[in-house]
Design a protein around this ligand. Structure first.
Ligand code: SAH
Length: 347
């Protein structure tokens, strides 16, 4: 596999230019091309000999769009191919305030949540920071954006994979995608979603990032959570909430809980348990009616999700039912790749 130029910061590109005996102004030129997702051979203000030399060992287009699907609601889903032919997916959602890209952090996932398609075929490998940045830059370019005039305004790390299980690459990615000299997406517009790796949440609090931490909670008791999320057998809800409280004390940032609603986790007792967990926390609860997909659990109607939301609000909590976008194009985690591979093997 070729070395990915988007894994390099501007400082590192400067060092690379030095090693290659290039004048220092080349670094900014090359970095800008990379942020515009231009193939090395098309970096027209770099000497041809340099481009040819770089192309031998480097790439500036680490992901390519293999398929694109557009939902009735305008949501776009991209099946992306990596250099080693592994597949990942990302989803572009259009909102009035801008465009949010949901990106993957790993090929596959090893968390094994019952309802989630991403981990059903296991875990293959981590994405590098350059590949994660590649997802953003590739889609930005595809929809007509540039480094200066970006079309993607928000990023959620909620695609396939567990970002905190790929800690170093995820942190490097967040710093690079928000760097002022690059595509410069504000950290305030970036959400990182985790199933709750407690030690990594503690570490994340020390990184001095302005991102939103989102916790996939999905149940309010250890018994219910363990039944659908293997991670809950490693860390109790009490331990998780302690880490979240510490995170808030350090970062002063509001945290978000995600709650995939089924027919079993929306009882009065669940409302009370959630109320206790959230006591004194500045937080918001996102209710997501289960996307049936691979799950053996039963989904609920939007009306029922709204009734649950109302009960949470009556208990003094801030909650909303998330809009379900892209349901007709396998919008949920890992479903598109799964369907694509199934069709390949059937044909
Ligand atoms: N591993 C991270 C990020 C990926 S999952 C995490 O667990 O948070 C991102 C979100 O999509 C999670 O909240 C996850 O629970 C949700 N999700 C996955 N499968 C889903 C499904 N079938 N229906 C609804 N939401 C789902």
């Amino acid at each position: 596999m070729k070395e990915i130029l988007q894994s390099y910061t501007l400082t590192q590109i400067k060092q690379l230019m030095q090693v290659l005996h290039q004048p220092s102004f080349r670094a900014k030129q090359m970095y800008t091309w990379c942020m515009n997702y231009t193939p090395i051979r098309e970096m027209s203000n770099l000497p041809l000999a340099l481009r040819e030399q770089l192309e031998q060992s480097y790439t500036s287009t680490p992901v390519t769009i293999l398929k694109e699907y557009t939902s009735k609601d305008g949501t776009q889903k991209f099946l992306l191919q990596l250099q080693d032919h592994q597949l990942i997916e990302c989803v572009l959602m259009h909102y009035t305030y801008g465009n949010t890209l949901c990106i993957s952090s790993q090929v596959g996932c090893r968390m094994g949540c019952e309802f989630c398609a991403s981990g059903k075929n296991g875990w293959f490998r981590n994405l590098t920071s350059g590949e994660m940045l590649g997802e953003v830059l590739c889609v930005n370019q595809h929809i007509g954006g540039t480094m200066q005039n970006r079309k993607i305004t928000n990023i959620v790390l909620m695609g396939s994979g567990e970002p905190l299980d790929n800690y170093e690459n995820t942190i490097a990615f967040i710093r690079q995608v928000s760097a002022p000299e690059g595509i410069c997406i504000s950290q305030r517009n970036i959400s990182l979603s985790t199933c709750g790796l407690v030690p990594e949440i503690e570490k994340l609090a020390q990184e001095n990032l302005d991102i939103t931490l989102t916790i996939s909670l999905h149940a309010a008791t250890d018994a219910k959570r363990s039944a659908i999320m293997p991670i809950a057998r490693r860390y109790s809800i009490a331990e998780l909430i302690t880490a979240v409280r510490n995170y808030q004390t350090t970062t002063k940032r509001r945290v978000v809980f995600e709650y995939v609603l089924t027919t079993t986790n929306g009882t009065h007792a669940d409302v009370q348990a959630l109320k206790n967990l959230c006591k004194g926390l500045l937080c918001h609860i996102n209710i997501i009616p289960l996307n049936q997909g691979v799950s053996a659990q039963t989904t609920v109607s939007r009306t029922r999700a709204e009734a649950f939301c109302k009960k949470l609000e009556e208990a003094g909590l801030s909650a909303t039912v998330r809009r379900t976008l892209g349901a007709d194009i396998e919008g949920a985690c890992g479903q598109l790749k799964r369907r694509y591979l199934e069709n390949q093997s059937n044909s």
